[in-house]
Design a protein around this ligand. Structure first.
Ligand SMILES: Nc1nc2c(ncn2[C@@H]2O[C@H](COP(=O)(O)OP(=O)(O)OP(=O)(O)O)[C@@H](O)[C@H]2O)c(=O)[nH]1
Ligand SMILES: [Mg+2]
Ligand SMILES: [Zn+2]
Length: 320
């Protein structure tokens, strides 16, 4: 055996003794795909084979984790051992406590939620967007909107929507991957975040956006249905993609009508328009629904007040 070969083997043995931490980026059949960032010792053994900064390992999990009822989600930070560097396989030994968990789609440790909605094809619907926003507000205080397909509408229409959504209380990113508009500002924001999730209806361009943001990516994207101009549910599973330094973006399967089940009294907290009005003043009754109660201080003069009323009524009916 040559000196270099022995050195290589010793390093492998050393590394196998250590547990390596990585992020679960996808669940595929019975395997868990974990991405591990190169550290110095990894670079020294592996740079000739895989010049990228990240290695993906195909993992299983220790039976002990299954017995304890641990389910592993995309986004989980895990420790991997028994790494086979030839076939890039490993065994997950433990899962770090989660900072956050999104249930549908299931993603652990997300930090920011981006509701992606198209300005045209599929048609922009305030009610649908508000349903996505309510679901996002339920689980996160970091909610943003991406308006896609800017190239398909007049600039005045795009400006009008952006202005309105900003007034609702959401930082809004109008973009087009066909003409490249708005991408730099969005990418600057995404790179500051640890794990941003793209959620929204099918066909709005979530996967296309990730392909555009990450050179060389080719996630499958789908045409819209000819008649209804709706998406065809092309993405079927959650997957994380690295945007570089400690920053991931999650692609998710689109769904068209998010359901929610919320106490009608809690709905107001999920509308930034109501939250801002309640900052310095209070309604007379603590459990005010902000409908017709005497002493209610919430103004009726804002764009989504009707949407709010309808959601309250929907939740009252649901809980009857
Ligand atoms: N004109 C235009 N079309 C776009 C743009 N972005 C995406 N598309 C098109 O929109 C269609 C749907 O794109 P996808 O990326 O598959 O949409 P998705 O949101 O991932 O859909 P699901 O995976 O079904 O949830 C494709 O035909 C894209 O080419 C854009 O900025 N402008
Ligand atoms: Mg997709
Ligand atoms: Zn009130």
């Amino acid at each position: 055996m040559t000196a270099i070969g022995l050195d290589f083997l010793l390093k492998l043995m050393e590394l196998n003794k250590e547990l390596l931490q990585g992020t679960v980026i996808a669940l595929k059949a019975n395997y868990i795909i974990v991405e591990i960032k190169y550290n110095k010792s990894l670079l020294s053994i592996n740079n000739t084979k895989n010049p990228s900064k990240f290695i993906q390992l195909i993992c299983t999990k220790r039976n002990r984790l299954a017995y304890k009822g641990y389910s592993i989600s995309v986004g989980d930070i895990v420790s991997v051992e028994e790494i086979d560097w030839v076939n890039y396989r490993g065994v997950i030994n433990s899962v770090e406590p989660r900072v956050s968990l999104l249930k549908r789609p299931s993603i652990a440790n997300f930090t920011d939620l981006f509701i992606v909605i198209s300005l045209h094809e599929p048609l922009f619907e305030i009610n649908q967007l508000s349903r996505f926003l309510i679901k996002a507000e339920e689980v996160s205080t970091h909610v943003y909107v991406i308006l896609t397909k800017l190239d398909l509408v007049n600039k005045s229409i795009a400006d009008d929507y952006t202005f309105r959504l900003t007034k609702w209380g959401y930082k809004t990113f109008p973009i087009s991957i066909k003409i490249g508009d708005g991408i730099d500002q969005l990418l600057d924001k995404l790179r500051l975040m640890k794990l941003s999730v793209l959620c929204g209806p099918s066909g709005v361009g979530k996967s296309s956006l990730i392909n555009y943001l990450i050179p060389g990516k080719s996630i499958p994207v789908g045409d819209l249905s000819k008649k209804l101009k709706r998406g065809k549910h092309t993405t079927r599973h959650v997957e994380l993609f690295s945007l570089g330094q400690e920053s991931f973006i999650a692609d998710t399967p689109g769904f068209n009508k998010p359901d929610f089940d919320i106490n009608p009294h809690s709905l107001g907290k999920l509308f930034p328009e109501i939250r801002s009005q309640l900052k310095n003043k209070k309604c007379k009754f603590r459990d005010c629904l902000h409908l017709d109660e005497p002493g209610c201080i919430i103004s009726r003069n804002w764009e989504r007040y009707d949407t709010y009323q309808n959601f309250v009524k929907e939740m009252i009916n649901l809980h009857q």
